[in-house]
Ligand binder design. Structure first.
Ligand SMILES: Cc1ncc(COP(=O)(O)O)c(C=O)c1O
Ligand SMILES: [Zn+2]
Length: 419
């Protein structure tokens, strides 16, 4: 099979109907409508690659370039993304009775969210394939990340976002020179507009899983977790699931590492976490279905997981079933309470999506699904800094003329930060 030394990318494969496609030109969905997955020449790679090959490589996600799709290093567009900390969470772990609790902290990524992984690899590969202009729908963070990487690559981008998406992500798109359109609706509405725009203007469709390479960037979270754990496998990984690409990606990474012989034994149980106000994957999993049903009137403060129906839902559910994982929803109150708790106990100002995943770990430990001795990794997908005003509370506002104002009386001298 075709390969070169930098990338062992071989071909694209449809996980639904099994059709095979070349990986040398632009490909979007399979003719059957399913996303395509990148496949590598793992047979050849396992003969020449081992964990010590990583020694001395730069601490970013390109250290795994053999299992990434970019064939020529000069096409790599990087802002230094990847190798985010895998932190022990000792105080929170005691509080939840999970002594081996870890956080994979994606808040340190460029643009403050894990979406930079998909953008770095997706944009680099698009550039390699000669793409000049793309369009995508986004709940905010992906559009921001793709706009920024597009700017660095000299590509032009069009992003369509729900009007309620976090304001700062709009600013990022505009600052990066993207064309930004807002829609009075959800990401599913934005998706329909993008599909039409792509058709009319002949653009590359960079929507979630409509191009095969964003997932390749996100899968590096799986490589990193395993490398950071010294090639030991954690027992449980929890992930706040919207489109589910991170979860599908982590599962794909683990399978690839298994195939090249870097890990063995059972894979971690993967857990998809959703808000109870938008829980299509949870409903499907509870009914043991292989696909989800569109969730009407969804809304959540964890904006990135407000996805009423994901194109890769069948891949998410497959990963849950195959790893003995679970899908669980949490309430909006649980999300915001957990965000405060994690920040107060561990000093990490995490995003509401990350907080949802911690809230789910707490529930699953309380009901015994997670056992005390298990090693549990929670992915914090982004920074709380991207959601200003989410934790509105009264703050004393002091008068500079008062030598010692009575700031105990919040009613009297206070301002309230609001969204
Ligand atoms: C901070 C954050 N977490 C999680 C998600 C969900 O990601 P995915 O679509 O890969 O499930 C998003 C998506 O926008 C996000 O912005
Ligand atoms: Zn197919």
């Amino acid at each position: 099979m075709a390969r070169d030394n930098y990338s062992y990318l071989s071909h694209l494969e449809c996980p639904k109907c099994g059709l095979i496609y070349h990986s040398t030109g632009v490909q979007q969905l399979c003719s059957c409508g399913s996303p395509l997955l990148a496949r590598y020449d793992l047979e050849s790679l396992r003969k020449v690659w081992n964990p010590s090959s990583l020694q001395g490589r730069e601490m970013n996600l390109w250290r795994y370039h053999e299992l990434l799709p970019v064939r020529e290093p000069q096409h790599m567009i990087t802002l230094g993304e990847g190798m985010t900390p895998l932190l022990r969470m000792p105080s929170l772990g005691i509080d939840m009775s999970i002594p081996h609790l870890y956080m994979k902290d994606e808040s340190l990524m460029p643009s403050g969210s894990f979406k930079a992984r998909g953008a770095a690899v997706g944009i680099s590969k698009a550039k390699e394939l000669g793409v000049k202009r793309f369009a995508m729908p986004s709940n905010g963070n992906a559009g921001a990340a793709w706009s920024l990487y597009a700017a660095r690559a000299g590509m032009s981008s069009s992003v369509v976002m729900p009007v309620d998406a976090p304001l700062i992500t709009r600013e990022e798109c505009i600052a990066a020179g993207a064309e930004l359109l807002l829609v009075k609706g959800l990401i599913s509405d934005a998706g329909r507009i993008v599909a039409e725009k792509v058709k009319r203007e002949g653009l590359y469709d960079a929507s979630t899983l409509k191009e095969p390479y964003r997932i390749e960037g996100k899968k590096t979270m799986g490589f990193e977790i395993i490398e950071q754990m010294d090639f030991q496998i954690p027992d449980v990984i929890l992930y706040a699931t919207g489109g589910g690409v991170g979860l599908i990606g982590i599962y794909k990474a683990l399978q690839e590492l298994q195939e090249i012989g870097w890990i063995s034994g059972p894979l971690p149980k993967l857990v998809a976490v959703q808000s109870e106000n938008c829980a299509p994957i949870v409903r499907a999993w509870e009914n043991q279905l292989t696909e989800s049903v569109f969730w009407d009137k969804s809304s959540t403060a964890a904006y990135g997981i407000n996805v009423p129906k994901a194109i890769g839902d069948f891949l998410v559910l497959d990963a849950l079933y195959k790893t003995g994982g679970a899908a669980i929803s949490v309430t909006e109150e649980e999300i915001l309470a957990e965000q405060r708790r994690v920040t107060r106990m561990e000093g990490s100002f995490l995003c509401p999506e990350g907080a949802a995943a911690f809230a789910a770990a707490r529930i699953l430990r309380a009901n015994g699904w997670i056992e005390e001795e298990e090693k549990v990794v929670v992915i914090n997908t982004g920074s709380g800094l991207k959601y200003p005003g989410a934790s509105a509370q009264a703050i004393p506002l002091l008068d500079p003329e008062d030598v010692w104002p009575d700031y105990g009386d919040k009613e009297e001298a206070s301002s309230v930060t609001k969204r």
